[in-house]
Design a protein around this ligand. Structure first.
Ligand code: NAD
Length: 422
């Protein structure tokens, strides 16, 4: 069994193909992995569980379960989020860590996958309770996390402020300054400049590298953005800045449609003020139900809402050249098949949305070296890395005659095979 620091505490939760999904299985069908690598990928190397204490505003205390687990530490120290959410379970954390492992492998980042969280609704705690829970999480798992083992980052229910709290707690316990243990901190507290907008920036670096394979480009293209939130809104602004048109945008309240191009600044201002898209009345803009966005004629459908949005039915309805998966697993397995049959390209999540995890890696590097990175340096390094991954993706897809979704999995499998020395 591979893995440097793990004892096999994790149960064999599921076989790799079912854990990593249909695209992974398609890649395996092209080039099988040795049995020992598959066994290594079938379960996390290490799982820890603890009971925390979280003070509730009414002075009582909750005792929620918390987890930390690592998956695939052959690539380097693992990294992964800390999720405060009532739906956290060991099984969904295993899936999250596996996804991060794949994302690091395909993007050649020197990290394995980790995940962790607390099964609690953070809304039941006040700010002081959330801070206490964050400190307790670090205390519970102090021995198994750290810059050379498992690096924490924000996820659902945690944010930059809580990461700064976790970082100070880690430093207090370690009795020294260890900024590389915790990522996603505010720039003034050891974070990296340029994190905001990194996902959209990375996605465009990938698109600008890949679109020429179909004689297409970003300038002049039409985009529809499902999920006009943090990632989708920034993506739309970047699209306009690059000379493209955003012809449709949606949130849970409505889809706004305008073939001449939506006034993206007005949409961003409304969202920043907490107003849903349905409340906007703009000249020449049609307000429709959210799912009306799918049938709108466009060049690129950008999915930036939730997993599983492009089902077989949606895939049969879309009128676009390609789908850009900003949300993880935005296209489900059946949707993938229909899009493939219809010749609609899919730019896969593991590559196209990797800007955030890449900049998070830069924060770890900055924390280890002590040399602060300037914003322009972060942007330049991000562009270079994303373009290089996209170039390799293009090459792999062409060499094996497979879609980009499958080529990405082949790249990840090759990286893992090499790291295992198999
Ligand atoms: P967010 O909460 O800021 O935005 C999500 C948006 O999607 C919201 O505006 C919400 O109203 C909308 N939405 C939800 N369901 C919808 C539906 N059925 N139809 C239309 N709109 C819907 O979240 P975010 O940070 O922008 O992340 C969006 C997705 O991208 C998530 O799946 C996230 O995991 C993924 N992602 C984000 C980043 C990042 O840097 N933010 C990086 C990688 C992946």
């Amino acid at each position: 069994m591979f893995g440097r620091f793990g004892s096999m505490m994790g149960a064999m939760i599921s076989a790799p193909a079912s854990l990593f999904g249909a695209r992974f299985a398609l890649a395996l069908a092209h080039r099988p992995l040795p049995a020992d690598v598959l066994a290594f990928l079938s379960a996390p190397a290490w799982v820890a569980r603890a009971r925390l204490s979280a003070p509730v505003a009414d002075a009582s205390v909750q005792r929620p379960w918390a987890w930390r687990l690592r998956f695939g530490d052959v690539l380097g120290p693992c990294k992964g989020g800390v999720r405060f959410h009532p739906g956290v379970t060991e099984e969904n954390l295993v899936a999250l860590a596996a996804r991060i492992l794949l994302k690091c492998a395909v993007n050649d980042l020197p990290h394995g996958g980790a995940a962790g969280g607390v099964a609690i609704d953070p809304k039941t705690l006040g700010p002081v309770g959330r801070e206490a829970l964050a400190r307790d999480y670090v205390r519970a798992f102090f021995d198994v996390i750290g810059p050379e083992r498992d690096i924490l980052s924000p996820d659902l229910g945690t944010d930059a402020r809580l990461m700064a709290v976790m970082s100070t707690e880690y430093d207090r316990l370690a009795r020294r300054f260890v900024p590389a243990a915790i990522n996603g901190k505010p720039p003034g507290q050891g974070g990296v400049l340029g994190r905001h907008g990194a996902t959209a920036r990375g996605a465009f670096a990938v698109m600008e590298t890949l679109l020429p394979r179909w004689d297409l480009g970003v300038a002049g293209a039409r985009f529809s953005v499902q999920g006009f939130g943090a990632a989708g809104g920034t993506f739309a602004a970047e699209a306009v800045a690059r000379g493209a048109r955003v012809v449709a945008a949606s949130d849970t309240s409505a889809a706004l449609l305008c073939n001449a191009g939506l006034p993206v600044d007005a949409l961003l201002a409304a969202k920043a003020a907490g107003r849903p898209l349905a409340t906007l009345a703009l000249p020449g803009v049609t307000v429709a139900p959210p799912d009306a966005l799918f049938a709108t004629r466009t060049d690129w459908l950008v999915c930036a809402a939730l997993p599983g949005q492009v089902t077989a039915a949606v895939a049969a309805e879309v009128d676009c050249r390609g789908v850009v998966e900003i949300a993880n697993a935005a296209v489900d397995d059946a949707g993938d098949e229909v899009l493939r049959a219809r010749g609609v390209h899919v730019l896969p999540d593991v590559v196209v949305n990797a800007g955030g995890i890449t900049v998070s890696h830069f924060e770890w590097v900055q924390g280890r070296t002590g040399a602060p990175l300037a914003a322009a340096e972060v942007a330049a390094r991000l562009d270079a890395r994303m373009r290089e991954t996209a170039r390799r993706l293009d090459e792999t897809a062409t060499a094996h005659g497979v879609p980009l979704t499958v080529a990405a999995q082949m790249m990840a499998q090759d990286r893992l095979r090499a790291a295992c020395g198999a």
